[in-house]
Design a protein around this ligand. Sequence first.
Ligand SMILES: CC(C)(COP(=O)(O)OP(=O)(O)OC[C@H]1O[C@@H](n2cnc3c(N)ncnc32)[C@H](O)[C@@H]1OP(=O)(O)O)[C@@H](O)C(=O)NCCC(=O)NCCS
Length: 177
Amino acid sequence: MSITIETRTTEELGKGGRAELRTMLEGCFGERYGDTAWQHCLGGIHYLLRYRGELAAHGSLVPRWFKQGNVALRGMYGESMATVPHLRHRGLGSIVVAMATAEIRLHHEIGVFAASKYEFYERQGWQKWRGPTFVRTDEETLPAAPARGAVMFRLPVDSSVNPDADLTTDWRDGDIW
Ligand SMILES: CC(C)(COP(=O)(O)OP(=O)(O)OC[C@H]1O[C@@H](n2cnc3c(N)ncnc32)[C@H](O)[C@@H]1OP(=O)(O)O)[C@@H](O)C(=O)NCCC(=O)NCCS
């Protein structure tokens, strides 16, 4: 079979798998892919798509704290979505997004990530968050907009989350969203 997809936790990747993934992501994102971006994509589930054995596309979902009003939400945050340059525009990235989307719709209260290629995700039902976004530090909650692009979300079918209202996440180094 020319296309295979593996779902692995970061731990299951092992040292060799992590090294292979980081090299692939650095090739996809270039110089903007540093230690912080790498750390952000660890600690959850990795979707690894291989084309003829080559690691061709990746996306990860990491557990993250979200809150709307006083309601905490069990959510996943999408990170390091990428396809190797020579295999783009063939639908491989969309397969990874479809898998991550299904995981969120089946098992979580919200899926979130920051993106600038809106149409790529909108085709699979993701939308831009319309309400104000915030970050919670140890001391306070502050307004926080994404550094570039928009905060995008995906909800399960019977969700009561309101995308026109507030959304808060926890502090982290680097880009908050
Ligand atoms: C964004 C990214 C992951 C897309 O990966 P991809 O494998 O090219 O994704 P797909 O092939 O599924 O879809 C890409 C486009 O090709 C088109 N496409 C899909 N299959 C196609 C085919 N068989 N023939 C021609 N076009 C096709 C899609 O319509 C889509 O169009 P869009 O960009 O207008 O939405 C890739 O461009 C990338 O790695 N970019 C650099 C890293 C990055 O910026 N990641 C974060 C994005 S927010």
